[in-house]
Design a protein around this ligand. Sequence first.
Ligand code: KG4
Ligand code: ZN
Length: 343
Amino acid sequence: MYVLGIETSCDDTAAGVLRAPREVLSNEVATQYDLHAAFGGVVPEIASRAHTERVTRVIERAVTNAGITLKDLDAIAVTNRPGLVGSLIVGVSAAKSLAMALDIPMVGVHHIEAHCTAAFAEHPDLDWPFLALVASGGHTALYDCKSPGVIELIGQTIDDAAGECFDKVAVMLDLPQPGGPSVSKLAEEGNPKAVHFPRARVKEDPLAFSFSGVKTSVLYHLKGPGGRRDAPDRENLETSYADVAASFEQAVVDALVKRSLAAIEAKGYTDLVVGGGVAANRRLRADLAAKAPEGVHVRFPSMALCADNGAMIALRGAQMLEAGITDALDLDVSATGEPGALL
Ligand code: KG4
Ligand code: ZN
């Protein structure tokens, strides 16, 4: 069964083709970093307009690069929640048109569930149940992935997402967006123990994350206590930007590692899957692999499957279709939504 996956929930226009259940045949992404760079964040109207201009060509590329034609497709999976409503509508409209024209089933996919399950493509021995850490620009959360139909949220950030924090610290360090890769690259030259940034704990919820404190601490370290983002750096800054980047990265990674390992111990699972753009982080990969207890497999998707992409939507869609879940053409979009809410 060939499944086309379409992803337009934020600022990436993406499509991929999967030969079910796990084989990724193509994975095409058109990013929009250049369009939003001047605004310091994603502008929803610009994002949806760019999706409209690109989605057809990205789908065509995905189908061609998979070595098939549109007529070979058996089903279409599309992200319909959560995300920017104007962006989601573009992908869902494209999916509906194609499903109608080709007379094939379509299924609406929860974006975060797709991050949780992306690792299936490259880890043939991965099976349910497992624990998933999803850390991206918009989300940082832990999910109990019980079965193809049951993925439950068990802990999340109470403020910033981890990737968002990397993006904001990149601005403070005059580094380009997206901040994750640029902060991480600079961090390679720095000492992660140079500055002790806080590892915030959330009272009464050992699985919750909080990153706004570490972000503010970086700002105050650079500008002085109570400093504003546009103020000049402190004159007597004793640490280099590379040291600040490395120390900040370590603080975020420590928080992600600690909560993930606490959750996997609490559930007694043997598989920890990591997804979302922050899963590309080298220090996170190294620390989780080093600190995971014996018998626990830590599964990272490759870089292309960590970030937002269409192949992971196709994969999750294939799992849902296999479980007997399809959506009719009256499928709607939603800006929010818990995993599993529409199942
Ligand atoms: O999942 P994703 O592509 O998009 C969503 O936010 O849904 O994640 C993008 C986020 C950005 O905040 C980016 O800075 C972060 O992932 N990121 C990283 C790295 N690569 C991307 N964060 C830390 N280290 C990285 N190497
Ligand atoms: Zn994402």
